[in-house]
Design a protein around this ligand. Sequence first.
Ligand code: CA2
Length: 142
Amino acid sequence: MTNILILHGPNLNLLGTREPGVYGTVTLADINAALEREAGARGITLRVLQSNHEGALIDAIHEARGWADGILINPGAFTHYSYALRDAIAAVGLPAVEVHLSHIHAREPFRHTSVIAPVCRGQISGFGLQSYLLGLAALVVD
Ligand code: CA2
C-alpha cells in the first residue's frame, strides 16, 4: 500500500480555532504534517483533501480508483447521514479506514451512528490526532 488518499470532511478546516474543549487545539495543518511524517517513514505517498462539500469528497473518492491503494477518511458530520459518501466508498472498492478526533460513541446520540463504518475496514474514534496515525497504520496492515 503505497498511495493513500486522506479525506477531511466538513468544518475540519476550523480545527484549532474553535471548540477546543471538544476537538483540542490541534490544527488541520498539524494533522497533515504528522500524517506526512508518518507516511514518509513508511514510504507512503499521500494526497490530502479537505472539503466542506459532499460532492467534492465523492469526486475525490471516484478519482482515487485511478491511483490510490487506500483511503483514510474523517467524514465529519457526513459520517452520520451521507449514504452518497458511503455508496462512493463501496463503489470504488478501495480499502478505507474511518477516523474521528472525538469519541463519537460517547457524545450526542446522533453521533453514535456511522453510515460509513460498514463499508470501511474499521473505525478509530476518540484519540485526537493519534486517531489519524492509528488509522494510517491500520490501513497499511494487510
Ligand atoms: O470527531 C470527529 O472527528 C468528527 O468527525 C468531527 C465532526 C463531527 O461532526 C463528527 O460527529 C465527529 C465535526 C468537525 C467540526 O470541527 C470543528 C472544529 C472546530 C470548530 C468547529 C467544528
